[in-house]
Every structure is written in C-alpha cells, then in structure tokens.
Design a protein around this ligand. Structure first.
Ligand code: KDG
Length: 376
C-alpha cells in the first residue's frame, strides 16, 4: 500500500490559516499486447461487439427487462474499473432476476467523461464512472479533490470520501440531474513522458503534459513550469503517439493496461494526486425506479466498488514491474522532491480554495485531519 509521508495536516492547516486570514479513430494502442480494445470510437461495430460480449456475460436479455441501464466508462475492458462494472451488472441482474439489465461499454465507446455526464443529465445514458476531476465542471466543490498532495494515503482518502464530506459531495450532484451512488478508486496519479527522466520539480520545465479537463490540474502543472493541455482520455494515446503531447499522468494500472509504454519511455512515481472515481446515475432514470430498486442499485454500486478497489490496488502494485519489463525507465521520486513539488503548487490550492464555499473547505480539511489521525 502506498504511504505518503511527506505532506499532510501541516499544509492543510496552512491553508485554513490563509483562508481564515482572507475571510480513436483506429487510435489504438498498445493494449495490443494485453488484448485490450481501447478504441475511443463509438462505431456500430464496436458497440455491437460489446453487446455480444455483454450477452455472453449474462443469462438475461435486455428484451425481457423492465429497465435497461447503459453504463459506459473511458478506460478499456482490461482495467479493474471494467471488472467492477461487470460485477455491478452481475449483482443487479441477479437480484432483480433480469428485470433490470445492464449494458456495459468501455474505451469511451459512449463518449468521453464530460459527454457521458451530459448524457446522464439528458437521460439518454444511465451510468458512468469518471475520475472526479471532470466532475468539477458540474459542481465547483469537486475541485478540492484535485488539490495535489491532498490525501496522505488511500485509507485517509476513503475515510473522508465514505464519511460526511463524501456524502455531501455525492448529494451535491442532484442539482446537476445526477445521483452519486458510490466512491470507487482510480488511485495515485504518476507522470509518464517520452522526453526525459523526471525526478524533481525542475524536471517538469517545458514538458507538454495532457491533463484531464480540470482547472486545478492545469494551473498546478503550469506552476511547475510544464505546458498542460486538456484532452479527452480517448484521444490521449494518439496524442502521445503523434507527439501532440510529451506526456500524461495516470495511475500505474492505466499506464500499463492502456499500453502507454508503447509511446512513453519514462515513468516517474510522482503520486501527485489521488484520483477517486465516482459512480454516477442519471437522476431522471433513478427517479423512475421503484424504491426497492433504488436501494438495490445503490447497494450494488457500493458492493461492486469494494471489489473494484481491491482489484485496482492489487493491479496498481503489480504493474510497475510490467512497465519496466516493457522497457520504461523508472525515475524514483523522493519524499523530499514531492515536498518541493507540493510547496510549489500550494498557491494553486490556496487560490482555488478561496473560490469555494469557506464553510465547506474548513469542514473538509478538518475531516482530512481527523482521518489522518486515524490512518497515519
Ligand atoms: O473510465 C474513467 C476514465 O474515463 C477517466 O476518468 C480516466 O483518469 C482518467 C483520465 O485520465 O482521463
């Protein structure tokens, strides 16, 4: 289990003090080796292949169901996130005896994170499970989850997310016509690039890095001297292959399972942001379900999430060796180097925190501090 020893309450307190004072086209990739089909294109062929795979995973059929859930993610079908989605499908179909049927889509077949969230708002798609970063475009307070070096370890993150503050963030989605049902885990994000080993804050200078569509990430990488470029996940492999960007940042499982090692030479264990996934359902669909089914899909999202988190952590631990076997050079980032990065980006955290509801920010940092006491 990763343990972050460098930053924690001290910085959170610093922040509070400041606040107080201020009042695919055939784009694919790599996954070739591991059999992943991570085409981002939503072609009829792709979708129908997927439906066939879905049918093979189920003894039920959409034709017999009263409710059909179209569930899409951006990552490919090798990623533990997809395994989690299949687990959700299995639980929901079994417990409703096929009355609720779940069609699963991966590799951005239904669109990128933002498009899928918009489809949830319109009621034309039922489920998606993005990293929380793009959710900031819908609810401002989600920005706090993107503050670099926020959570000291995964247990602290889960304690906060599964507590009152996490519930509040899930509830805040209702105004955006979405229902947040559970927290899943993407994990600590690390940097890869095709240009140079990155071990210290200075090494970010001049690197063009793809980020998720999120202002905190853009500002933080700019502060480190990089040139951040927001890009949908489905375009990322081609972007790296064609040299539009030098690098990107994602957890180890994604870097390996999406085959990024085919177009990236250097891996740095920066662990700069802990990235949760949030399980989202269209509110109009959720409201159309009878009470017992509403409870059932909530419980299933939670249970499948626990399974996903277990698989995800195991894979994130295993994948480093695989990346090295594939020829990536591993640059080890020391705690001191992370502390320096954290100091450089702290003004970005402060600036964004000032723009959020101050009561929320204070309670959030208090929850982080309490969780850190429990999980040091
Ligand atoms: O399925 C989740 C993906 O769509 C995305 O959120 C992955 O972290 C991600 C990224 O870098 O876009």
């Amino acid at each position: 289990m990763k343990k972050k020893t460098f930053l924690s309450v001290t910085m959170a307190f610093g922040l509070i003090a400041v606040l107080a004072a201020c009042g695919d086209a055939e784009n694919n990739n790599g996954g070739a080796d591991n059999g992943a089909d991570n085409g981002a294109n939503n072609t009829e062929e792709n979708v129908s292949d997927n439906n066939e795979a879905d049918a093979a995973n189920s003894e039920y059929s959409s034709g017999d169901a009263s409710y059909v859930i179209e569930a899409g993610i951006g990552l490919n079908n090798q990623h533990p996130q997809y395994e989690g989605l299949l687990r959700f499908k299995e639980i929901v179909e079994e417990e409703t005896d096929g009355d609720v049927y779940v069609e699963t889509y991966h590799s951005s077949q239904l669109g990128d994170d933002r498009e899928m969230m918009e489809a949830l708002q319109l009621g034309s798609q039922e489920v998606t499970i993005p990293s929380t970063a793009p959710v900031t475009n819908f609810v401002d307070e989600y920005a706090i989850l993107d503050f670099p070096f926020l959570f000291a370890n995964e247990e602290v993150a889960m304690e906060v997310l599964n507590g009152e503050m996490g519930d509040e963030l899930l509830d805040s989605l209702e105004d955006q016509e979405m229902v947040g049902l559970a927290w899943w885990e993407n994990g600590y994000r690390d940097l890869t690039n095709s240009t140079q080993p990155v071990e210290t804050a200075e090494d970010f200078q001049g690197l063009t890095i793809r980020t998720m569509e999120n202002e905190v990430h853009l500002e933080a990488f700019s502060e480190l001297g990089a040139n951040p470029t927001p890009m949908a996940f489905g375009e990322l492999f081609t972007g790296m292959q064609q040299g539009t960007v030098d690098g990107q940042e994602n957890p180890l499982a994604t870097i390996y399972l999406e085959g990024f090692y085919e177009v990236q030479d250097y891996y740095s264990d920066t662990n700069h942001v802990y990235s949760p996934f949030v399980f989202l359902m269209s509110k109009s669909f959720y409201d159309s379900l009878p009470d017992d089914y509403q409870e059932l899909v909530g419980d299933a999202a939670q249970e499948a999430g626990e399974f996903q988190i277990e698989q995800n952590r195991a894979q994130n631990e295993e994948m480093l060796e695989s990346l090295i076997d594939e020829g990536m050079e591993h640059s080890e980032v020391t705690d001191e180097a992370r502390e320096e990065m954290a100091e450089i980006v702290q003004p970005v955290n402060d600036q964004f925190a000032e723009q959020l509801d101050q009561d929320f920010v204070e309670r959030f940092f208090q929850a982080v501090e309490d969780a850190e006491e429990m999980h040091q």
